[in-house]
Design a protein around this ligand. Structure first.
Ligand SMILES: [Zn+2]
Length: 142
């Protein structure tokens, strides 16, 4: 059994459904240029038979909002000095910023380079979000 506390300080994403680990890894990599990152795939788990795990060493503040959009099983473990100091389950975010781009080609957010629109959740099932500027519904896709 691989222990989640093997890193001293950082974040461990546990209980990722098999296959989702790589998708999440690819999304996280551009933000992790200096710190060690470990991706474990198809690890045996009592809870879900197999799972993926991602360990982000020396990372404290990163935006993990998008995780809820990929996989609701994930638990986020914050590690300090080798101990899990905080554990939480991901949730589907009610609002997202910096994750989606508006599906409406005429939306002002495409021509305004500094705009970072907020999208409000309108449907959990389909992961649909509404643009704050033009109210177009945009669905999250990987
Ligand atoms: Zn829009």
């Amino acid at each position: 059994m691989l222990e989640v506390t093997q890193i001293q300080n950082g974040i461990v994403l546990d209980h990722i459904s098999p296959g989702n680990g790589l998708k999440i890894f690819n999304k996280l990599m551009p933000t992790q240029t200096d710190n060690p990152v470990v991706l474990l795939m198809n690890v045996y788990s009592d809870y879900m038979s197999k799972k993926d795990i991602i360990k982000l060493e020396n990372v404290e503040n990163i935006n993990l909002e998008f995780l809820g959009l990929i996989d609701e099983h994930i638990s986020i473990n914050i590690i300090k000095n080798g101990e899990v100091i905080h554990k939480e389950r991901v949730t589907i975010p009610k609002q997202v910023k910096g994750i989606l781009t508006c599906h409406n080609p005429r939306c002002i957010t495409h021509s305004e380079p500094l705009s970072n629109p907020t999208f409000e959740l309108v449907c959990k099932k389909t992961l649909s979000y509404q643009c704050e500027y033009c109210e177009t519904i945009t669905k999250y896709t990987l």
